[in-house]
Write a protein that binds this ligand. Structure first.
Ligand SMILES: NC(=O)c1ccc[n+]([C@@H]2O[C@H](COP(=O)([O-])OP(=O)(O)OC[C@H]3O[C@@H](n4cnc5c(N)ncnc54)[C@H](OP(=O)(O)O)[C@@H]3O)[C@@H](O)[C@H]2O)c1
Length: 249
């Protein structure tokens, strides 16, 4: 594990799923963690309590990222709690509303782009000024960017925007030695995907497309994120790391 003692990290969508696992893993590596949530307050407080119980330091922060003001408020609260110095930003919060082309509503399309693209973009805009040399920004892409996995065209487009942003933001922030990368998970067993992977058909599909024959857990993704956050990854920027058990090779 990377050593992150003395580092301060914001993880969005840290109440559940991969964000929760990432927050716990960053804290385990020594970072002080800001646990962002939008509706799962109890779950977020449980993450904070677990970190504190292990001797770490964490804070829960509420913000609805469908609303641009939520992104600005989250940035402001983060600057206050971190006393104007953030080291690690993990923009993990995301929503998927699977639907065929003809069934995708404008509201669902806008919600996905607000949470999955606009929020990470403006979090980087608002928080990179308080990030110093050696800081790391990690966004969340998806296997859906490079291949079809279900009825996810609008969601996949939002994640495609993230993979594009990584290139451009890494170029823009590199002169300040701030790295920008993304992790692209495949199918991971958690709330977002449970209705799919818990069915026999979903499980068979998942194992069928993967080189490694088991369903991923959030912890499989958290380790990659901790690596990208730390100094061992100091020469990696502008990259999207596939963490998908060798899906659709
Ligand atoms: N699961 C997969 O198979 C998979 C595969 C590839 C990529 N991904 C991506 O990985 C990331 C994490 O996915 P996950 O499966 O771990 O998700 P998850 O278990 O469904 O959790 C989603 C997280 O995002 C937060 N969130 C949801 N709506 C929000 C909103 N309007 N404003 C702010 N936060 C909001 C939730 O907070 P509250 O509960 O507090 O509302 C929760 O903490 C997402 O970006 C997702 O697109 C997932």
């Amino acid at each position: 594990m990377a050593q992150l003692h003395g580092k301060k990290a914001l993880v969005t969508g840290a109440s559940r799923g991969m964000g929760r696992a990432i927050a716990l893993a960053l804290a385990c590596a020594g970072a002080e963690v800001l646990v962002h949530y939008s509706s799962s307050e109890q779950a977020a407080q449980a993450v904070v309590a677990e970190i504190a119980g292990n001797g770490g330091k964490a804070h829960a922060i509420l913000a609805d990222l469908r609303d641009i003001q939520g992104t600005f408020d989250l940035s402001e609260r983060t600057r206050q709690i971190c006393s104007g110095k953030l080291d690690i930003l993990v923009a993990n919060a995301g929503i998927a509303r699977p639907a065929r082309l003809e069934d995708t509503t404008v509201e669902d399309f806008d919600d996905m782009f607000s949470v999955n693209v606009r929020a990470p973009f403006f979090l980087v805009q608002q928080l990179s000024p308080v990030m110093n040399a050696g800081s790391s920004i990690i966004l969340t892409s998806s296997l859906a960017v490079r291949t079809t996995v279900g009825e996810l065209s609008a969601y996949a487009a939002s994640k495609g925007a993230i993979s594009t942003l990584v290139t451009h933001l890494a170029a823009e922030l590199g002169a300040r030695d701030i790295r920008v990368n993304a992790v692209a998970p495949g199918v991971v067993a958690n709330d977002m995907s449970s209705s799919f992977v818990e069915t026999q058909e979903g499980r068979e599909f998942t194992l069928g497309i993967q080189a490694i024959k088991r369903v991923a857990t959030p912890e499989d993704i958290a380790g990659v994120t901790v690596f990208l956050a730390g100094d061992d990854a100091r020469w990696i920027t502008g990259d999207v790391i596939r963490a998908d058990g060798g899906s659709k090779l």
